[in-house]
Design a protein around this ligand. Structure first.
Ligand code: ZN
Length: 403
């Protein structure tokens, strides 16, 4: 374990791309100036196929969530009991395929990232209680945090993730594991993290912290990256289903004669709409390259994005027929194509939704939190599970935990 941990740490250092924004986010002095008192901090990690995104949130008593996000864009929101504030700092680490398929190595990588974030929090906010939350591209048992299955994280199938992760962080830091269940915290010990599905985390962030948050509506989140993650939000709460596995929209069969999917099915929706599908359609090395070229006006890449948008719209029509949401929020890296993707999706949604020309249509928009929503949601849910309610941006009563 030690040797593997050292190798993973080295990889972590080599591949880490810390993209801090201007001045690295809000610091102690800034929070002091706004009159806020920090009450707790949370580390959020978002473990997807290909990358771990991570960041920290400091929950304060005063009112405004302000800081600098992973891409350097200022974010504003409100968290905390009685209105709070937060400092956000984030990093992104690429995962090698080898690590992705080795569960111990993946847990050790996450622990190394968390330890760095802990270090930053400890030096800036000494004595502040810290919890951590992990969102994963996996189907998570809502009671135990155990991963049931994951098409994209081969090493994290059927694992007791909260305990695995706490043990890995304990190994790295030499600190004992804190007694008790997920989301507890204790000074001088490693708390067990809360672990949730990545799309549920993203939906939580969109529903509770986005600028339009607080609307008691029915929203469906569709996050498009390596695969498609999904979640249904009703009245501000994520509906995780009877077994915690609702929202696996990416594995709706769109073409029974289509190619095989890592989930074991064929012709799944995500095979037609994912980042890889877009890259292949555009003849580019990555979806990022395809989207950048499309935004710069390349006709072939624009066609590829539009074609992806049409498949997106067909799937949204099926979801709208079943769920009748007020809005679809599209997240993940592919959503950065914006209207080039969404306009064709809306047309196809109206065309294929039964009665689509005669009934109210759900809106289709890009997620406010974009690629940050997974780790922000994981951190927020961890705070709530540990007993620190997080308030939405809109004025209103503090709400109970999302699940
Ligand atoms: Zn599938």
């Amino acid at each position: 374990m030690r040797r593997r941990t050292a190798a993973v740490e080295r990889e972590h250092r080599e591949h880490r791309e810390i993209r801090r924004g201007t001045e690295g986010g809000l610091d102690v002095a800034d929070v002091g100036r706004t009159g806020d008192t920090p009450v707790a901090a949370a580390i959020g990690l978002d473990v997807g196929g290909g990358a771990v995104k991570a960041g920290t949130v400091v929950l304060t008593s005063g009112g405004t969530l302000t800081g600098t996000d992973v891409t350097g864009t200022d974010v504003t929101g409100t968290v905390s009991p009685g209105g709070g504030g937060s400092a956000i700092e984030a990093a992104e680490t690429r995962i090698e395929h080898q690590v992705e398929s080795d569960g111990d190595a993946l847990s050790a990588l996450c622990a190394a990232i968390a330890r760095d974030q802990y270090g930053g929090l400890r030096s800036r906010w000494p004595g502040l209680p810290v919890v951590w939350g992990v969102s994963a591209a996996a189907w998570i048992d809502p009671h135990s945090g155990r991963s049931v299955f994951s098409p994209h994280l081969g090493g994290w199938r059927d694992r007791a993730l909260p305990q695995d992760l706490a043990r890995a962080l304990s190994d790295l830091t030499g600190l004992p594991m804190a007694p008790g269940e997920a989301s507890g915290h204790a000074s001088g010990a490693v708390p067990v993290p809360s672990v949730i599905n990545d799309a549920d985390a993203a939906a939580w962030a969109e529903a509770r912290l986005a600028t339009s948050a607080g609307r008691r509506d029915r929203m469906v989140l569709v996050a498009i990256g390596t695969g498609i993650g999904g979640a249904l939000v009703r009245d501000g709460a994520v509906d995780i289903g009877e077994h915690g596995m609702a929202g696996e929209f990416g594995h709706m069969t769109m073409d029974p004669a289509g190619p095989p999917c890592p989930c074991g099915n064929t012709g799944c929706w995500e095979l037609l709409v994912s980042a890889d599908a877009l890259a292949a359609r555009a003849g580019r090395a990555s979806a990022r390259a395809a989207i950048d070229d499309a935004l710069a006006g390349d006709p072939a890449c624009r066609d590829a994005v539009a074609g992806t948008g049409r498949w997106l719209g067909r799937g949204l029509a099926t979801l709208a027929a079943v769920l009748d949401p007020g809005r679809f929020v599209i997240g993940g890296g592919v959503a950065t194509a914006g209207e080039l993707l969404l306009a064709p999706a809306r047309e196809e949604l109206a065309r294929h939704l039964p009665g689509g020309r005669r009934r109210p249509l759900p809106s289709v928009s890009v997620a406010t939190w974009g690629n940050r929503s997974g780790w922000v949601g994981a951190a927020g849910v961890a705070l709530e599970r540990a007993g620190w309610p997080v308030r939405s941006l809109a004025t209103g009563p503090a709400t109970s935990p999302a699940r």
